[in-house]
Design a protein around this ligand. Structure first.
Ligand code: M6R
Length: 366
């Protein structure tokens, strides 16, 4: 059932070209400039006229929510608040019938997320679900939704569910932006065309598994890691750190790169590996300065860069190249090497990657 892979996690990482394509299938036809999500049909106007969107989720799904914040803000010019479901449910959140809540959950069974939905519902908000498991409790508790078609995810560490969530949220943000009129026709068409190329670009990142394993073998026994990114790569930094923590038990922190100066930079020395998300997007120049700051303090740097980058490889210790894409689609590619890096480090340390200690696949108690 592992299809020849040593672990479910590795199988699921390698399934991503297909799970991303499956999450777009029937919804997107770039050559016809067609984009439609069935579950959104009766809610598109409501979303398009929303003053704000509140996202509730936990863990990796919360990271997908942070990506959505950026996408809806950038493309649709809608204000988004991303909440840990566990915090939201125990506050006294200001929420009413004008609010639109997006609940994100792979399993559809996360207790805190379900409770957050019930709370928002009781205040009259409209709830839209992004779930992977068909017929799950969250899928049933929401007013409408769009499934991620990632297929069953067995490994406790979420991989293909995350990229499927980001795919569906990207389709939603583009559809809502188009309806709101905040997107030019040129950009709309360009994004749809670029989205269709993502599965084959993910394939190209997966082809780098062997060199990523090499890097993993150099850092197998590191005791700490910092992951830094800006903009859309900030949630990816958080996700990379979470993956490493949960399956290798190495302490790792994700930070917005510019926050480093406000504290974490004190941690940097030759024993502190720093993973930089340094793709060619609108934060590139800033990230280059952040890399210089880390190198000046002898930090060892692994950088995820865009193919053809001629500058960063000369500055850092290791680079992993990913194909170029439109800025807003970057997380779908930049997260892949981080999944592989954590996987190989955990395997080299002899960890039980599919069932890490103390963790369950779905957290059905609070
Ligand atoms: O099933 P859900 O998406 O609601 O689960 C949320 C988190 O429990 C989950 O993403 C968790 O953080 C994963 N183990 C991360 O890899």
């Amino acid at each position: 059932e592992k299809g020849g892979y040593e672990h479910f996690m590795l199988k699921e990482i390698f399934e991503q070209p297909r799970s991303i394509a499956d999450s777009m299938r029937g919804r997107l036809k770039a050559d016809e400039a067609h984009l439609q999500l069935g579950g959104l049909r009766n809610y598109l106007d409501k979303l398009a006229s929303a003053n704000r969107i509140v996202v509730v989720a936990c863990g990796t799904s919360w990271h997908a929510g942070l990506v959505a914040e950026y996408l809806f803000e950038e493309l649709a010019r809608i204000n988004v608040e991303v909440e840990y479901a566990s915090e939201f449910r125990y506050r006294n959140p200001v929420i009413n019938e004008n609010d639109l809540v997006i609940a994100i959950s792979q399993s559809g069974e996360t207790a805190d997320t379900l409770a957050a939905i019930e709370l928002a519902k009781s205040k009259g908000a409209t709830i839209f679900g992004i779930c992977n498991v068909v017929g799950s409790s969250i899928a049933r508790a929401t007013h409408a939704g769009a499934y991620t078609h990632a297929g069953p995810e067995i490994g406790v560490a979420s991989t293909k569910a995350f990229t499927a969530q980001v795919t569906v949220l990207t389709l939603m943000a583009i559809a809502v932006a188009w309806r709101r009129g905040t997107l030019s026709e040129e950009l709309y068409r360009q994004l749809l065309i670029e989205l269709e190329t993502i599965p084959s670009k993910v394939e190209r990142v997966l082809a780098k598994a062997a060199p990523i394993r090499e890097i993993a073998s150099i850092f197998t026994y590191s005791r700490n890691f910092i992951y830094l990114g800006r903009g859309l790569n900030f949630p990816v930094a958080l996700e990379g750190a979470l993956k490493l923590k949960e399956i290798s038990y190495i302490h790792a922190e994700g930070y917005p790169a510019a926050e480093m100066k406000h504290g974490p930079i004190a941690l940097i020395d030759e024993d502190m590996p720093v993973v930089f998300l340094a793709t060619k997007d609108n934060s590139y120049d800033k990230i280059v300065s952040n890399i210089m700051e880390v190198k000046a303090r002898k930090g060892r740097v692994i950088a995820i860069v865009t193919e053809g980058d001629a500058l960063i490889p000369g500055m850092v210790d290791f680079v992993i190249e990913i194909p170029n894409t439109h800025d807003v689609l970057t997380p779908l590619l930049s997260v892949i090497p981080l999944q592989l890096l954590s996987y190989y480090i955990a395997v080299l340390r002899g960890r039980n990657v599919d069932q890490p200690r103390n963790l369950a696949k779905s957290v059905t108690v609070e």
